[in-house]
Design a protein around this ligand. Structure first.
Ligand SMILES: C[S@@+](CC[C@H](N)C(=O)[O-])C[C@H]1O[C@@H](n2cnc3c(N)ncnc32)[C@H](O)[C@@H]1O
Length: 258
């Protein structure tokens, strides 16, 4: 058996019902293409995934001991089990144009995993992942809620996100200190946003930098044009703006910066 390593965020899921429920949730949103499991560990999800996606499944884990274990337990996946770092290599393990991601993610890096997924938003069509409860809630949160933040806006610009169900700590070995939540993301129809995406990102990031401030104050470091500073929307706080309102604000900044 593989020894759980804290620095790799290893908490192995023991509950088979939850494992199969996560894989069923993935099948509900999967349409076509390759399946990449991030952090398979000892393969509790893998054994359900391999039945449904025998030809499409690829695994990546940063733990050599897990990789050796998976190699001997899933010989049919030979050549598709990678010893690698998703944060560095992203989805390079497959060249498919449609890639679908599943995983019980290491909690210490789950936000970074989603920033990495955003870099591949053109190819990543759906994601089902288990992560720390608070982070899962945050990603799926609607505007006007204290959980709504930078990653909620950036991801919701491209994905429809649903919070699916919660998972208690005692179903893991060793149990983590926190509860977990499972979410699904399905790529929406926005190929690109209707605005400068780099500017959009900095407006969102700067807007949430100090979430208690109005946008007029929070966005000062961006040196907004005077016509934009006048806008009523800047009386509001970032956490109240929908994705579309962030897009509109970005368009206004572009228009008056020309
Ligand atoms: C929470 S455990 C989940 C293990 C297994 N899927 C389960 O549900 O029992 C997270 C897994 O992610 C792996 N991992 C940690 N950092 C990683 C990274 N940067 N890239 C790929 N895998 C990573 C760990 O080695 C571990 O196997």
């Amino acid at each position: 058996m593989v020894k759980a390593k804290k620095h790799l965020g290893q908490h192995f899921l023991k509950d088979e019902n939850i494992a199969s429920r996560i894989v069923d949730s993935f099948s509900d949103v999967y349409v076509k293409g390759d399946v990449l499991e991030i952090g398979p560990g000892t393969g509790v999800l893998t054994k359900y995934l391999i039945k449904k996606y025998p030809e499409q499944l690829h695994l990546v884990d940063l733990d050599k001991e897990s990789i050796d274990y998976l190699e001997s337990n899933f010989p049919d996946l030979h050549g598709r089990i990678y010893f690698g770092d998703f944060l560095k290599q992203g989805i390079e393990f497959t060249s498919a144009s449609d890639v679908n991601i599943i995983g019980n993610f290491p909690y210490n890096i789950s936000s970074q995993i989603f920033f990495k997924i955003l870099e591949h938003k053109d190819r990543v069509k759906c994601v089902v992942g288990m992560l720390q409860y608070e982070v899962a809630k945050r990603l799926a949160s609607p505007p006007g809620n204290k959980d709504y933040g930078i990653l909620s806006v950036l991801l919701q610009a491209y994905y429809n996100i649903n919070y699916l169900f919660s998972v208690e700590a005692h179903v893991f070995d060793p149990p983590p200190k926190v509860r977990s939540g499972v979410i699904s993301l399905v790529r929406n129809k926005n190929e690109n946003l209707d605005c400068d995406e780099v500017l959009f990102k900095s407006v969102v990031k700067q807007g949430f930098q100090n979430r208690r401030k109005t946008l007029r104050n929070a966005l000062k470091p961006l040196n907004l044009p005077p016509q934009v500073i006048e806008l009523d929307i800047l009386n509001r706080r970032a956490e109240t703006l929908s994705v579309n309102e962030f897009v509109d604000l970005t368009k206004q900044i572009e228009k008056w910066s020309r």
